[in-house]
Write a protein that binds this ligand. Sequence first.
Ligand SMILES: [Fe+2]
Ligand SMILES: [Fe+2]
Length: 344
Amino acid sequence: MLLVMTDDLARTNRLIQDLDAVEQMQLWDFYEDIHLFFKPRTILVDVAHLDSAAVSRLRSTLSEVRGPEVPLLLITLANTARAEALARVIGASETFSGTVPPNQGWERAVQIYHQEGASPRIQARRLAAEARQFLVEAFFSGDTITPAVATTGSDLIARAVRESGIRHWVFAVQRFDNATHQHCLLVAGLAAAFATNLGFGTLESYRLTKAALLHDVGKTQIPLSVLNKPSFLTPAEMTVMRTHAIKGYDMLKYDDFPQETLAVVRSHHELLDGSGYPDGLKEDEIPDLVRLTTICDIFGALIERRVYKDPMPAEKAYGILERMTGRLDMDLVRVFKPLATAIA
Ligand SMILES: [Fe+2]
Ligand SMILES: [Fe+2]
């Protein structure tokens, strides 16, 4: 795992836009506490304001998380004598000035990460294993999902939750209804693992995971008496429940989200034969990212515990997906099979 310590998540997120090559990366807001569940293989420090208090915090943190031989790259604001001294104090293996080619430190971090590690295919397999571990821990240990468990399962989820534009909405869902929050984490976990099965690169996987994490944000606009009703919904209540797709879209449309994310939020209940909602879209009108999320959403809803039902075994839940011929993209359902089998 490439651990990136930063004091400015927004700046760091901008810098890593094109870091397609790193399968596993965890962003760490330098001023927040976070638990690491995987030992980083490379560490990149991008903390702009390193006064003496920050340096001592950095040293004590590194003494906990940095294993022997783990390369540590430091990006400094300027190539000064002070920066060099600082690099020695914290034991940096290489130092880069933020004022010369802007992504030099990042490119080097990716290069070292790959030199130190296994092939991308093996790394992808590791990621899938971790996502599966997340699912197993979350749903078959009887524990509720905590943010910590979600972090162990998928760096992608952790990274998305920490992205400022997304964090706000994820926390809004969590504050409103923890069951819906857990459902969103599960669907995002499934989506991350699904992306691996599909051979997606980091950026594509991240796009899917983020969208899956947000897909039910509109449920915060549904009365809890309907959302968590322990029995069947009346037709009127069902109509209210179904508004969550458009409500979620309306909530996010003025933010800076890409169209593909908005499409997932609005259309994740659409089905290929036009029988879904809210727009009755058909076939090619339903984008791929939406189709993928819909499969994860249906499967996730079946295998999780709700107030009105026990969890369904994964094998049985996959059987239901298989019987949705004409409504789900069966090519994608087939690719989903190893994932369903792995958590059965
Ligand atoms: Fe939904
Ligand atoms: Fe959902």
